[in-house]
Design a protein around this ligand. Structure first.
Ligand code: NCD
Ligand code: ZN
Length: 348
């Protein structure tokens, strides 16, 4: 197969940042995806409908004029979030999820939740109104091994939460382990997961190949090869619980190449192309369209797109750095080749 035509996909988990950084990156997402679930972990975090409305306007203003792109906003859950805010969010029509960051788990998560019981009232309102809970599923406690944080969170927090709120719709974001794949596969109805391109293409050896490689550091951290294979099986298996979410998370070169480097990989410049590589490696390019363009839309109760994009089997080399407002941005595979290319117009 040298050409793959897909119903236009959506990205169900992306970080677009704000200001000059937003202006530098949003075009990459808008070129490929019709919609994206935009993460709220800005400084300050997007915790209210008013903040989400203003952020949405800034995103739309940064999208190049000829591109059609719909940002789907999210609220950042804190101990101060009121149940009424959920009703207001529902009423906007542009807020599609509420994000749970365990405090300390990842970039800009310090305003997040330290004790899940403190947000039960909000979760109950979300359950009632059908507002999805999007979960960064890692236990942040220092005594939990960094490679076990997802597993620990699933067993200690998520499983009891799904029982306490039996109709709450939940997306376990950017899953990374065999355990998460098995958990989501067998979970009750209303539970789904996103999978990133880097977790389909890389294992944790990438972080240490020939030296320490900060550009392969993201959270949840890359795991073992057997985990990667389980994720690839889940993504390409045709199960509608698993869908595309890049977790493209741009940070400046200076903050990545640093004694205390930030977590996050930037993949938006080649997102769907990278998934095509992963699906091709499993001999399942035929399943890419549903993973990228059907299952997420169905889960979120949104229509599938009716236009398409075309991918060509022609290798290309992304630049080593992109502009990132004040600094530079090192993309995944910068200066290295990628096997699939997005056809020029992006659409056919
Ligand atoms: C994300 C970021 O930089 O905002 N980083 C990451 O490593 N994925 C936050 C997140 O999704 O954990
Ligand atoms: Zn993320």
């Amino acid at each position: 197969m040298n050409t793959v035509k897909l119903r236009r996909p959506d990205d169900w988990h992306v970080h677009l940042r704000d200001g000059a950084a937003l202006a530098a990156v949003v075009k990459f997402t808008a070129q490929r995806f019709g919609r994206a679930i935009v993460m709220p972990n800005l400084k300050p975090a997007i915790t209210t409908v008013a903040a989400a409305r203003a952020y949405r306007a800034r995103i739309l203003a940064a999208v190049p004029e000829h591109m059609r792109f719909e940002p789907l906003l999210t609220l950042y859950l804190t101990h101060d979030t009121m149940p009424d805010e959920i009703d207001r969010a529902r009423a906007t029509g542009f807020i599609h999820g509420v994000k749970l960051y365990p405090a300390g788990a990842t970039t800009h998560s310090d305003a997040g939740v330290t004790d899940i019981a403190k947000v039960y009232r909000v979760l109950a309102r979300m359950e009632e109104t059908g507002m999805p809970l999007l979960v960064h599923g890692e236990s942040p406690h220092p005594e939990v091994d960094v490679f076990d944080r997802e597993t620990h969170f699933i067993d200690a927090v998520l499983q009891p939460l799904l029982e306490r709120f039996p109709s709450l719709r939940v997306v376990l974001e950017h899953i990374t382990t065999v355990h998460a794949v098995e958990f989501v596969t067998h979970a009750r109805a209303g539970v789904a997961a996103t999978i990133t391109p880097q977790h389909l293409l890389l294992n944790r050896n990438a972080i240490f190949s020939g030296g320490i490689r900060p550009h392969y550091y993201c959270l949840p951290i890359l795991k073992r090869e057997r985990d990667r294979l389980a994720l690839l099986g889940a993504a390409t298996g045709g199960n509608p619980r698993f869908f595309l979410g890049t977790d493209s998370a741009p940070h400046s070169q200076a903050s990545k190449e640093n004694a205390c480097g930030c977590a996050g990989m930037f993949t938006a410049h080649a997102a769907i192309e990278l998934y095509a590589e992963a699906f091709e490696s499993a001999g399942r390019l035929d399943r890419l369209e549903a993973f990228a363009g059907h299952f997420g839309a169905d889960f979120y109760g949104l229509p599938r797109h009716d236009d398409t994009i075309t991918l060509l089997k022609e290798s290309w080399v992304p630049p080593e750095v992109y502009d990132f407002g004040d600094g530079a941005l090192v993309p995944y595979r910068g200066g290295e080749s990628i096997a699939w290319r997005l056809a020029e117009s992006g659409a056919t």
